[in-house]
Design a protein around this ligand. Sequence first.
Ligand code: C5P
Length: 234
Amino acid sequence: MSIARRQRLIVALDLPTAAQARALVEKLGEAACFYKVGLELFSAGGYFELIEWLAKRGNRVFADLKLYDIPETVRRATANLASSGATFLTVHGQRSVMQAAVREKGALKILAVTVLTSFDASDLAEMRSSATVDELVMARARGAVQCGCDGVIASGMESPKLKAEFGSKLLVVTPGIRPVEDRPSDDQKRAVDAAQAFKGGSDYIVVGRPIRNAPDPRAAALALQQTIAGIFPA
Ligand code: C5P
């Protein structure tokens, strides 16, 4: 399935209220058509109404709720989200969690979080994991394919290996996008820039602060769309 170029940029609506999220969407106009609504808005009220509003305006919606619970709870939550109007839903890359979500996915695409892009080797050591970040990402991606997930969330550092092993069997969605000169000044530890992510094989990028905090968010989104247009032929 080919991906429309403009959809490759997913804007993370990490804002305190649904009203502020709508204002950003209106400001971006045609510069974006795929939005991620995550935990901040989920805990703010008006989450499902916002998804509906976005979808009605012709946008795609990524519900980034990173489900992680017992299988029965994940299954039932996924069933509810399948009728929300969202296109993508994230769950953690644990087999029992992924299997439960896939059972109820309907038209949703289930994306497995491999290793958060804010994690590095020290975070894995804290989890008593002896695997490297790369090994854990690849192991979870294998699990995701075996469980019937549609894609994974992984940093641009891992997308070349993921594409080499899984090709079009697995969508690679990459957050932690930062311009080269900005790295690593915040919580994203495995950051790459947009061009690096796509050239490495990422199918989509997720961008929050570099757009939200830009002096001109629309111009920042348009610049990313231009990068995308330069990489993917029309
Ligand atoms: O502001 P920034 O561009 O870092 O936003 C990235 C977004 O992607 C945030 O909403 C964050 O929750 C999300 N995300 C991530 N790493 C993952 C999964 C989701 O940064 N592994």
